[in-house]
Design a protein around this ligand. Structure first.
Ligand code: SF4
Ligand code: SF4
Length: 221
């Protein structure tokens, strides 16, 4: 009995106690459209037409286009945070990142990229490279005026083209850059404290040894 009542309820297009005039949904939709149209003439936040390229609308904080590489200090190439670990290269779904690790004459890793290219004509703006980078080195850019007639050379960005300063990052994504800067500073402080503790321990051991040698010499005499 209960089962058949439930089936009846489900198959009833008009739930009991509810009714509507035919076409009322259409009228409501038209009213929303009319309100939006009228508001677009007097409400500032609804005036969305911008005279591009003379004017530019501010981009949304979450807008992302292609990646860029962050560098510290004034020298873009010397200050690159990238260690050429190649994690982003491996994780990039369309495989549009190409990295070559820089090495010294003995073949030892210099922990920096000799080559770091991104083919932005292939990049799908997913942001995975920025998510997986363990060195706070790569982030998504908001630059969108990239049209070029050079299909191959113009859209293959090398490390010089990709490098952006920390100030650029802070201006583009203030919250993210501030969080990264705080974390990096805390890591740096921790490293310095550990180094200082290590040096203090070594110094104490040296002093203790000198003291022991002195006592041994005094005992011999
Ligand atoms: S945004 Fe996505 S597709 Fe583009 S380089 Fe990064 S991982 Fe590759
Ligand atoms: S950008 Fe980050 S993940 Fe990619 S190679 Fe450089 S350090 Fe590694």
């Amino acid at each position: 009995m209960e089962h058949s009542a439930a089936i009846k309820r489900l198959s009833d297009p008009k739930p009991q106690g509810r009714w509507s005039l035919p076409g009322i949904g259409l009228v409501k939709g038209l009213l929303v459209t009319a309100t939006n149209m009228l508001q677009s003439y007097y409400r500032k936040d609804r005036m969305t037409t911008v005279q591009y390229p003379e004017q530019r609308a501010p981009i949304s904080p979450n807008f992302r286009n292609f990646p860029f590489l962050v560098y510290d200090g004034d020298d873009a190439m010397a200050g690159l945070r990238c260690t050429a670990c190649s994690i982003c290269e491996k994780e990039c779904p369309p495989q549009c990142i190409y990295i070559v690790l820089d090495r010294d004459e003995n073949g030892k890793s210099l922990k920096r990229p000799k080559v770091f290219d991104i083919d932005v004509s292939v990049c799908m703006n997913c942001g995975i490279c920025a998510e997986v980078c363990p060195f706070d080195s790569i982030y998504m850019d908001g630059e969108y005026e990239l049209s070029t007639s050079d299909r191959f050379g113009g859209l293959l960005f090398n490390k010089q083209r990709l490098a952006r300063s920390t100030n650029y990052h802070a201006k583009l994504r203030p919250l993210q850059a501030a969080e990264v800067a705080t974390r990096r500073k805390a890591d740096e402080d921790k490293k310095l404290a550990a180094q200082a503790a290590k040096e203090a321990k070594a110094e104490a051991a040296k002093e203790a040894k000198a003291e022991a040698d002195k006592e041994a010499k005094a005992a011999e005499a």
